[in-house]
Ligand binder design. Structure first.
Ligand code: FES
Ligand SMILES: [Fe+2]
Length: 434
């Protein structure tokens, strides 16, 4: 029986029951109500450029293969053989002609179709067996400006409706010129002993932690510019369908600057005017500020660093983090490499900022093994700009000031909507206005 989650999330008063961070029954409900339902980022198109390219990842705990077939289509399918269930692909990424299962040798195409098996006459002579019924189970696939998303839910709305006006914000990274973006090759994978919602909550709107958690790291990398500048002046949080972005318009190139590479900041500055002509001055300024964003439920990024990451659930107390560095395709190889190094220095498993975060999320999770601890509420009450007007026209539910709990509260409100909904018909979608 599913649990009523709304009763655990007091969105209005900013109180959240810790149960959602430790309870296995709730976690199982998440796999069904959230992960089997939502659109999920699975790859950047640059990772599966041509026929035979594939990567493997997860949607919830379902292992999936993302592969480019001969007809150029991108296919997302379960990495589980329909014969006895074995995994058909064990590599993280590569190039291949077909996936052959280790167990009995069934062979699948890049489009997931079952192409053949050893001793195939045994099946040919079996009445009622139809090879076309036994391909790898496929997801729906749609892309948005280079990002590939998939869902296993036939009832889900289109990706465009799922993202809604959040696309307006995403364009500030994905549509800054005609050449688009790409991932630097390679995926960084690491395991964290934390609930997947801690990193999601952190990226959807928690700039507040940076002032304390990242203080020493930022001071060492940003010494010349005087550390991290974050305030509620000229900054905002915005939420669309549970996706969130918090940003400053102070134009200080904070994220990029934290990598300690002046050439990248110079590169971003040199492009600002062109981007402004293309997208307007607001989004031109959003690109490089101290900012973060997240797409519901578990896909996040930092503008300016251009680190992109997914928080893949492995039970209520473990998360597999996959991360990549996204760069503008038109940048020189030298700039791309500087970006790669900067991202490794800051937001890789050995990066100075990532280590700060991981430790906090792990201890926030592990503490819940204590019976008394796990029954306490968590405080999401910071709301210092309540009622203040927004002087510019921005999509979504907009709150003035980066330093508040607005986006995180809206993330958990959305979480409760999914967890309690019987079908997609019960899940509200904001109508695109921009
Ligand atoms: S389990 Fe894959 S061929 Fe038998
Ligand atoms: Fe952080």
């Amino acid at each position: 029986m599913s649990m009523n989650i709304k009763s655990l999330i007091d969105h209005e008063n900013g109180l959240i029951d810790r149960r959602i961070f430790w309870d296995n029954a709730i976690y199982q409900q998440e796999l069904k109500q959230i992960f089997a339902r939502c659109w999920h980022f699975v790859a950047h198109e640059s990772q599966v450029k041509s026929f035979g390219d594939f990567i493997t990842t997860y949607i919830g705990e379902d292992a999936v293969i993302v592969a480019r077939a001969k007809d150029k289509s991108i296919n997302v399918m379960l990495n589980s053989c329909p014969h006895r269930g074995n995994k058909v692909c064990f590599a993280g990424e590569g190039k291949i002609r077909s996936f052959v299962c280790n167990y009995h040798g069934w062979a699948f195409g890049l489009d997931g179709k079952l192409n053949g098996m050893p001793e195939n006459q045994l099946y040919d002579n079996t009445e009622g067996f139809d090879k076309s019924d036994w391909g790898l189970h496929k997801a729906r696939v749609e892309t948005y400006k280079g990002l590939v998303f998939a869902t296993f839910d036939e009832e889900a709305p289109s990706l465009g409706d799922y993202l809604g006006d959040f696309r307006w914000y995403m364009d500030a990274i994905l549509d800054i010129d005609d050449k688009g973006t790409e991932f630097i090759p390679g995926t960084t994978r690491s395991l964290l002993k934390c609930n997947w919602k801690y990193p999601a909550d952190n990226f959807v709107g928690d700039i507040y932690h940076a002032l304390w958690t990242h203080l020493s790291a930022a001071e060492s990398t940003l010494k010349s510019s005087g550390g991290i500048h974050v305030s509620n002046e000229n900054s905002y949080q915005s939420s669309v369908n549970g996706h969130g972005w918090e940003f400053s318009l102070a134009n200080n190139f904070g994220n990029a600057a934290t990598m300690g590479d002046k050439e990248i900041v110079k590169y971003l500055r040199s492009r600002e005017e062109k981007i402004s002509q293309r997208l307007g001055s607001v989004r031109a300024k959003m690109i490089g500020s101290v900012a973060s964003g997240a797409i519901f439920p578990n896909f996040a990024f930092l503008p300016g660093y251009l680190t992109f990451r997914t928080f893949l659930p492995k039970g209520p107390m473990e998360t597999e983090l996959h991360s990549w560095t996204l760069v503008p395709s038109e940048a020189s190889d030298e700039i791309k490499d500087r970006w790669r190094l900067g991202a490794m220095r800051t937001f890789s498993p050995s990066g100075i900022l990532e280590m700060d975060d991981g430790e906090n999320w792990e201890h926030a999770t592990i503490g819940n093994s204590g019976y008394v601890t796990r029954n306490q509420k968590l405080c999401y009450q910071m709301n210092p700009t309540k009622g203040e007007s927004i002087p510019i026209d921005l999509p979504g539910i907009v709150t003035k000031g980066q330093l508040n709990d607005a986006n995180q509260r809206l993330f958990f409100k959305r979480y409760a909507e999914f967890m309690d909904a019987k079908s997609w018909a019960d899940i509200p979608l904001a109508k695109p206005q921009f």
